[in-house]
Design a protein around this ligand. Structure first.
Ligand code: HAX
Length: 440
């Protein structure tokens, strides 16, 4: 057994025993009430999941195993000469619950580099798609093509004890994490660089190697990738990509099937695709106004027009957060250091000044503040990754760290198949009219 796997097993087994005891002693404790409006409105605020890797506070933002984004930036190991955290370190933290040492992270980088080989038939599957296929669709299909590699599916097929599920899920997790950057980079180079592919460099860390395979070898872009792949990794368990991965995994679908489901959710414009939509929205505004730096007054008018047309202002709002997303702030700090005078970045900051009061004034938008997607595209554009259709794939590579770490925990805990109860409106009306006693 590898050193990370052995450590995980030790920590997870102990935690698993604690959970069994907790359920035995407190399983009947009531933790909340559910209002009728909540089941019609996206289950907001209903606590229905356990996710160990991170916790989202509406006013404070995300904490990964108790650490905020600024704390991660300070405490996680860095690349030599770099100032951004290595995302492998965050994976270690989410999986094991402890801040890793530099050696731990170097070890993980080497493990991922060693496991990164992608079989040719995955590339053939990508090649069979029309070039105009959206990169997220290509990404999802490639993950599905790679599913033949699932050690969990193979072992399950041969017959394994349920106590050993976690071990194969762990192996699939590590293999998938190792291979995703290669797949994503292949899609990028195929679609936007005439199929001029770049071989991996096993001496680089996970993010730098990804940047290298995309075709960006400067240190600024590597640092951006390290930050980007860290801050997009996890956002507790209820968001669509995390929840879909967890839900599909609960049927004992292997990590490839489960993660592909998560990616199909991430590809929606109200979730991960918002990073693409933000840039398109700004470019539409610039085109209409024939400028690269719209004034605050012009931005204001364009936001009002967007709302009047019944569209969303992408990059703003959140189902849980009720303040500026700390992931937005982390990117803003990065931009202040590296590219404060960039026209697009200045526009993103101007939108941040004018949008919240307008969104608040609608009286219905619960969170008028920017989320992670409001800033990410402008930084990528600055460093030369200008193809916004690809941005959600970058998000997906990062999101794998959190949702797959969680999947390992799901199987150690032996969580059952997820199956909440649903109800019809007819049944609800009967219950409200006292024609029936209970809602079941
Ligand atoms: N622009 C316009 N209208 C918005 C809005 C926005 N940015 N945010 C919310 N609203 C609207 C909702 O559509 C809803 O309208 P209706 O009552 O007419 O249906 C109303 O305000 C109340 O919504 P809410 O309770 O404040 O927000 P929800 O929890 O329903 O939705 C969303 C949260 C993130 C989906 C929403 O804020 C939104 O659509 N934002 C724009 C898209 C976006 O940036 N998505 C990325 C979110 C972060 C993320 O997951 N990243 O991957």
């Amino acid at each position: 057994m590898g050193q990370v796997k052995e450590q995980f097993y030790k920590i997870a087994t102990k935690s698993s025993e604690d959970i069994k005891k907790l359920i035995k002693e407190n399983g009947e404790t009531v933790i909340g009430e559910i209002k009728l409006s909540q089941i019609y409105q996206g289950m907001r605020g209903i606590i229905g999941l356990v996710t160990e890797t991170s916790l989202l506070d509406a006013n404070e933002g995300i904490r990964f195993r108790g650490f905020s984004i600024p704390e991660l930036i300070e405490k996680l190991p860095k690349a030599e000469g770099g100032s951004q955290p290595l995302p492998e370190g965050l994976f270690h933290l989410m999986l094991l619950g402890e801040i890793p040492s530099q050696d731990d992270v170097d070890h993980l980088s080497a493990v991922l580099a060693r496991r990164s080989h992608v079989p040719n038939y995955v590339f053939d599957a990508i090649e069979s798609l029309p070039l105009h296929t959206h990169p997220m669709t290509q990404f999802s299909i490639a993950i599905m093509a790679l599913q033949t590699e699932s050690l969990f599916a193979k072992a399950y097929n041969e017959g394994i004890n349920k106590k050993d599920y976690w071990s194969y899920i762990y192996e699939d997790t590590m293999n998938l994490l190792a291979r995703l950057p290669r797949i994503a980079a292949y899609i990028f180079r195929r679609k936007y660089r005439n199929g001029d592919h770049i071989q991996p460099n096993g001496m680089l860390d996970w993010a730098a190697n990804f940047a290298h395979m995309l075709g960006f070898d400067n240190e600024g872009f590597r640092e951006l990738m390290r930050l980007y792949l860290t801050i997009h990794a996890d956002h507790e368990g209820g968001n669509v990509s995390a929840h879909a991965t967890h839900l599909v995994g609960s049927a004992l679908s292997d990590p490839y099937l489960a993660f592909a489901a998560g990616m199909n959710g991430l590809a929606g414009p109200l979730h991960g695709l918002a990073n693409q939509e933000v840039i398109r929205w700004i470019e539409d505004m610039n085109k209409e106004l024939n400028t690269n730096r719209p004034t605050k007054e012009q931005i204001k008018e364009f936001i009002i027009k967007t709302l009047q047309e019944g569209k969303v202002v992408s990059g703003y709002g959140h189902a849980v957060l009720r303040k500026t997303d700390p992931r937005f702030i982390a990117q803003m700090e990065f931009a202040k250091k590296h590219c404060p005078d960039d026209d697009l970045i200045q526009t993103v900051w101007n939108i941040y000044e004018v949008a919240p009061p307008i969104l608040s004034a609608t009286g219905k938008i619960k969170n008028p503040w920017p989320n992670v997607d409001a800033h990410s595209g402008s930084l990528l554009k600055h460093f030369g990754l200008i193809e916004e259709d690809f941005y959600t794939v970058l998000f997906g590579v990062s999101r794998a760290l959190g949702v797959l770490a969680s999947l390992c925990w799901d199987r150690v805990y032996g969580f059952p198949i997820e199956r909440p109860k649903s109800i019809t409106s007819k049944q609800i009306n009967k219950w409200l009219n006292k024609e029936i006693d209970t809602l079941s």
